[in-house]
Design a protein around this ligand. Structure first.
Ligand code: GLN
Length: 286
């Protein structure tokens, strides 16, 4: 495409037209333009009559073409926002979803009066849950485990970026094995997709299978984790798990069984996401 008008305003209009098939072409075009130019949203508004360099324009158009052909936004930029923080993402980590913010929100409710001192994040991926919790609970320390060393490297970078690296221990560890120590708060967004479930291409082709699939019925991770995690809780603890929309009953039964075996008293909590779907199941003795 010839550079007929290289002002920010014209480039945004061009981007909107190219991405018109998406849900929010104006937003996506603006974010890609911000990405190549380094400008903030405010800069874009104030400087709309200014020109970008031909290199920036080439980059912008290349990104628009990738997005138009179905590459997810965060795969292009390598970043995703979660709980208002920017997280580095890669092909080795599950892209943080807004649904998972429910885990943070619920932890804040449960620990509103007495913050947790020790936190465990099982299958941390990008590190988003552990890192946001450390930001919210500035005196806490966290352990985060993941089977993937590549994911742990991403989590480490994110922890540094958000200034919590000195309070986060990252361990290459399979969640079928118990983690040493006891914790006030355990969180996990484990792989919970059933193997036969059909997923949209944007998910199937870009999120790692390790972070998505939880065996034939999608419940394998919960089975493995519940075997040991109740014994890793302090007396006034909470454990919060993200679940798939159809899994509430099955996971509740597993938790009830575990509580009976471990003689735990307390209550089971469940929550729905913004779309009204079951998304969280947990246990609290606080
Ligand atoms: N929420 C993701 C999805 O539905 C799955 C995440 C997971 O398995 N933990 O695509």
């Amino acid at each position: 495409m010839p550079i007929s008008d290289s002002t920010i305003k014209a480039l945004l209009a061009e981007g909107r037209a190219i991405l018109e098939h998406l849900d929010n072409p104006a937003l996506e075009a603006r974010l890609l333009l911000q990405w190549v130019s380094g400008f903030s949203h405010g800069d874009i508004i104030l400087r709309e009559k200014e020109h970008l360099s031909s290199k920036q324009i080439d980059d912008y158009r290349a990104l628009l073409a990738q997005r138009k052909s179905g590459r997810p936004f965060d795969a292009i930029t390598g970043e995703r926002e979660f709980w208002s923080l920017a997280f580095k993402v890669s092909a080795h980590v599950l892209t943080p979803r807004p649904d998972s913010e429910l885990l943070i929100e619920t932890a804040l409710e449960i620990f509103a009066k007495t913050p947790p001192e020790t936190i465990l994040d099982i299958g941390t991926g990008s590190g988003c849950l552990a890192i946001c919790l450390l930001k919210e609970f500035p005196d806490a320390i966290a352990t985060a485990i993941d089977l993937s060393p590549e994911a742990l490297a991403v989590a480490r970078e994110n922890a540094k970026r958000h200034g919590v690296a000195d309070r986060l221990v990252l361990i290459e560890h399979d969640f079928v094995c118990p983690v040493a120590g006891v914790f006030d708060l355990v969180v996990s967004n484990p792989p919970y997709i059933a193997e036969a479930e059909a997923l949209p291409d944007e998910v199937k082709n870009h999120d790692p299978a390790l972070a998505l699939f939880g065996g034939a019925d999608g419940l394998q991770a919960y089975r493995a984790i519940f075997k040991w995690c109740f014994a890793s809780l302090t007396p006034k603890a909470a454990a919060l798990f993200e679940i798939g929309a159809t899994q509430r009953r099955a996971v509740t039964e597993m938790i009830e069984q575990m509580c009976k075996q471990q003689n735990f008293t307390g209550k089971i909590i469940s929550k729905q996401d913004w779309a009204g779907q079951d998304r969280l199941i947990g246990w609290t003795s606080r």
